[in-house]
Design a protein around this ligand. Structure first.
Ligand SMILES: Cc1ncc(COP(=O)(O)O)c(C=O)c1O
Length: 422
């Protein structure tokens, strides 16, 4: 760092970073050092986030907004301050474009429901089309299936190439004049693929369709700029980016948020209420019914401060180098086949693989016995497994505190697995 600002190109001091994460000191299974490679499912939390949350509860907790006492004002300032931090983190033009939700799933469900309830030109109904991709997390499939079933709209999707990339060869037939919304993942949570935003957004804009980007696997790992993405909505989730569970974000373009109707009703989201009708608060509060996740927002704000102090560019560089190393090392394991791009270009630090005919659940269990935490299964993206004709994969996913020594431990662990079942 110079002048207190992180500089791209300066490698991360992972040893120092790891000291911020108390859980990484843990041992499991009779003293085995924990090798945590399940970051795509959820990241660990630094002391700075844990402290911010306990300080909030120990000294400032009260319900937010409209309170006249000191604690209510402090809690409101902390909650709304977290919104400012998140807005800066994603380069949002306005803090009012940042809606706090429970998680990315709720953010996507919110958009799907808004579009089902909206007036023209945004309304999704029969005769219109919704476009997703075959590499989506269930959170970006099921809300659209529900909307399609409810409205009669048609659900379409981009398929995948054998290399684990989106097949955009028929983009003009998939995204058409009837398309109302295109919703796709920026980085796949199974394949690791980083998708080509520009081509998809350009085509969507040509036909006047809205675009939602699921940035759940991107926001924790690389600089995220909602303005340069040029989407209409961006969703992500706090617990994968050093923040707590129970908080997610939906960023939306201001004029859209002004036009679109609320989905959930309750306290906090109204302007006035009579027994026969209500008027609504402006965005973002229009979309935040009920007592919000206050402590969780405070934690997310602290997480964003933490990541920013290290530098998202540097985190991305670190993970890129680690991914390159992991791809090389995993290629040495006989019978291991990567499911997803095999070169480090345009991909994130999530590596899924199969290992001969050893079932991923067995791989995961034997790795766990050695203290190595990976995830096995379909990773809530079952269509990806169906596409590649496999029941499940083993997935190792890295983060800013991951090291080459942990990659080596994984490779050694996999050799042990092979021996165990060999
Ligand atoms: C790409 C992607 N989208 C959405 C989600 C859903 O996140 P959450 O469960 O926090 O709503 C995940 C979580 O694994 C994900 O990886």
């Amino acid at each position: 760092m110079t002048d207190g600002r992180p500089v791209a190109g300066v490698p991360l001091d992972t040893e120092a970073i790891r000291k911020d994460f108390p859980i990484l000191d843990r041992t499991v299974h009779d003293g085995k050092r924990l090798v945590y490679l399940d970051n795509a499912a959820s990241s660990q939390k630094p002391r700075q986030v844990l402290d911010a949350m306990s300080d909030y509860y120990e000294r400032h907790h009260a319900n937010v907004h409209r309170g006249v006492h000191v604690l209510a004002e402090e809690a409101t300032a902390l909650y709304e301050g977290a919104r400012d931090k998140v807005a800066r983190f994603v380069n949002a033009p306005s803090r009012d474009e940042v809606i706090f939700t429970k998680n990315a799933s709720e953010s996507i469900n919110l958009v799907a429901n808004m579009l089902g309830l909206a007036d023209e030109p945004y309304r999704v109904d029969s005769g219109t089309e919704i476009v997703i991709t075959e590499m989506e997390h269930h959170s970006n499939i099921v809300p659209w299936q529900l909307l399609a079933q409810r409205t009669g709209a048609k659900l379409k999707w981009f398929g995948l190439t054998d290399e684990g990339r989106l097949d955009l060869s028929r983009i003009d037939e998939v995204i058409t004049e009837r398309t109302k919304i295109v919703s796709f993942v920026l980085v796949s949570n199974v394949l690791g693929t980083l998708n080509p935003v520009e081509a998809i957004v350009r085509r969507a804009q040509e036909v006047g369709a809205l675009v939602l980007i699921d940035a759940s696997q991107a926001a924790p790992h690389m600089p995220l700029d909602v303005q340069s993405l040029q989407a209409d909505f961006v969703a992500f989730t706090g617990h994968k980016m050093c923040g707590p569970t129970g908080i997610g974000v939906l960023w939306g373009r201001q004029e859209l948020l002004e036009d679109l109707p609320p989905f959930l009703g309750g306290g906090e989201m109204i302007e006035t209420v009579t027994m026969s009708a209500s008027t609504y608060a402006p965005a973002p509060h229009k979309f935040e019914a009920g007592t919000p996740p206050i402590a969780q927002a405070v934690g997310l704000g602290a997480a964003v401060d933490y990541l920013t102090s290290i530098g998202m560019e540097r985190i991305a560089e670190h993970e890129h180098a680690l991914t390159r190393y992991a791809l090389e090392r995993l290629a040495e394991v006989p019978g291991l086949v990567i499911v997803g791009p095999t070169s480090p270009e345009d991909r994130g630090a999530t590596l899924s693989f199969t290992l001969g005919d050893i079932h991923p659940h067995d791989v995961g269990q034997v790795l766990d016995e050695q203290g190595i935490a990976v995830r096995v299964g379909h990773h809530c993206a079952r269509p990806v497994c169906l596409r590649y004709g496999i029941p499940a994969t083993t997935r190792a996913s890295f983060y800013l505190y991951s090291t080459t020594a942990e990659v080596d431990a994984l490779v050694d662990g996999l050799e042990y697995v092979r021996g165990f079942f060999g």
